[in-house]
Design a protein around this ligand. Structure first.
Ligand SMILES: [Zn+2]
Ligand SMILES: [Zn+2]
Ligand SMILES: [Zn+2]
Length: 89
């Protein structure tokens, strides 16, 4: 997990996995999602940018939490929004 342009990714020692496979914000409003992402700062699981509500990137902008992990089964990657950096783990 090394990416020289991003210190956020290398700071993650243990990757947070989703506690539930659903977008906590979409559930509240009855919306659908496409893929799920888990915030590596607070553990919130939210929907991806292909989803109509893009809750994961809205969360990142609103909170300043930089890094998400894919919450899709079998996918093992992290993404940092401010640095647009991707890393597998
Ligand atoms: Zn970063
Ligand atoms: Zn959502
Ligand atoms: Zn967060």
């Amino acid at each position: 997990m090394t990416n020289e342009s991003c210190t956020h990714l290398s700071a993650i020692a243990e990757v947070k996995r989703p506690s539930r496979l659903e977008c906590s914000e979409c559930i509240k409003i009855g919306a659908r999602w496409v893929h799920l992402r888990t915030c590596q700062e607070c553990g919130a699981t939210l929907c991806c940018d292909s989803s109509p509500n893009q809750h994961a990137s809205k969360h990142a902008r609103a909170t300043g939490h930089p890094v998400i992990a894919s919450a899709q089964p079998g996918e093992r990657w992290l993404y940092c929004y401010p640095d647009e950096a991707l890393a597998e783990y």
